[in-house]
Design a protein. Structure first.
Length: 156
């Protein structure tokens, strides 16, 4: 039986709230990070409910980056699928593959990988030692040595 998207989101909110509520003293040092993640999650969930999937994907991905959570990441993946964003989608798939997934995350990750896998690629710019260099991809400054996802095809 398929759950209605709003009920699924409500269930995800309950699960996430319980997880965050039980995190306890281990998060005491990261209280600001936790509050920031919760605010991003709340904005993302509201955007998802109102059909603003681009905003939802960005906010949920941000919340998950601050405080990793399988439910949040699965919702971010679903939002990326709704807006057909292969770059964000594959970045989130890569994140999901680094974790122990639950059923919802595994399903969303597989769907995104199937849809976006041939439309995005990983790019890492390296500068051989002892040289120092800087880089831009399509006019945007890129940190040398970090990996980024980009659309498949020619870039400047």
């Amino acid at each position: 039986m398929r759950m209605h998207p709003q009920r699924r989101l409500a269930a995800a909110l309950v699960v996430t709230t319980l997880v965050w509520a039980n995190a306890g003293p281990a998060l005491a040092q990261g209280a600001d990070r936790f509050a920031e993640a919760r605010a991003a999650y709340d904005r993302g969930a509201a955007a998802y409910d109102s059909g603003q999937f681009a905003s939802a994907a960005a906010e949920l991905a941000r919340a998950d980056a601050l405080v990793p959570n399988a439910t949040t990441l699965a919702l971010a993946l679903r939002a990326a699928l709704r807006i057909d964003d292969p770059i964000l989608g594959m970045a989130l798939v890569e994140r999901a593959e680094q974790r122990r997934p639950d059923d919802a995350l595994l399903g969303a990750s597989r769907t995104a990988k199937d849809r976006f896998g041939k439309r995005a690629g990983r790019l890492t710019i390296v500068c051989p030692p002892p040289h120092e260099c800087s880089a831009e991809v399509d006019g945007a400054v890129v940190q040398v040595g970090t990996t980024l996802w980009t659309s498949v095809g020619d870039h400047v």
